[in-house]
Design a protein around this ligand. Structure first.
Ligand SMILES: [Zn+2]
Length: 216
């Protein structure tokens, strides 16, 4: 599942005549072509300029039982110096990492699940995919760094809705900063957006190979 960030009445970031929603759609379309060329079946959350709620994006992927979810975004920062790629995977929960395991739960909490019980359950659901998502994010980061000669600032966990609600390994790629003059100029070029799509596809395929799915 390939997700182009924003769309419709939500333009995302706007800098120097560039709108995030247009760039993400263009890159997502190119990514779809790249992945199909590598033998993967791809569905997009949106293939035109339309608004889709955050929850609907992973929900569609869940319903279609997608194997992976990749969301494409463009970053912006008040500091115009900041540039580079960032890749996010689902962060483990609100449950305190230092809390004892198994957690101490009162029977009444299970009978009528409290927020804490729901968090613990959701953590269990996510723990299966989180490790995979982190690996996938790392491969995408590496591929973008070597192909685009760009700094991959970090690979880290985050609690974005699109990541949190996906039942399959999910990553969100901030492919560059449109608030940075040099990066905005690159993002405005179709050839650079093509290179981004190729790099993300390469990272994804490297991850799939690591899983041992040799037919790809
Ligand atoms: Zn965005």
């Amino acid at each position: 599942m390939v997700d182009a960030g924003h769309g419709g009445h939500d333009p995302g970031a706007i800098y120097q005549g560039l709108r995030e929603k247009d760039l993400t759609l263009d890159i997502a379309r190119r990514l779809k072509v790249e992945l199909r060329g590598k033998g993967l079946a791809v569905v997009m959350t949106r293939d035109r300029d339309e608004f889709i709620t955050l929850s609907r994006r992973p929900n569609v992927a869940n319903r279609l039982q997608a194997d992976f979810f990749v969301s494409v975004h463009i970053n912006a920062n008040r500091s115009r110096q900041v540039s580079g790629v960032e890749v996010y995977y689902p962060r483990e929960s609100a449950v305190d990492a230092a809390a004892p395991f198994p957690p101490h739960i009162e029977p009444a909490e299970v009978w009528l699940p409290t927020t804490r019980v729901k968090q613990i359950l959701w953590d269990l659901v996510l723990s299966r995919t989180r490790r995979h998502a982190a690996r996938m994010a790392l491969h995408i980061c590496r591929a973008m760094r070597s192909r685009l000669h760009v700094r991959c600032r970090w690979v880290r966990g985050a609690r974005f809705v699109v990541l949190r609600e996906a039942r399959m390994p999910a990553v969100l790629v901030e492919v560059g900063y449109m608030s940075n003059q040099r990066e905005a100029a690159r993002l405005a070029q179709a050839s650079y957006r093509q290179a981004i799509a190729q790099a993300v596809a390469e990272g994804l395929v490297a991850y799939v190979r690591e899983l041992g799915l040799e037919h790809i």
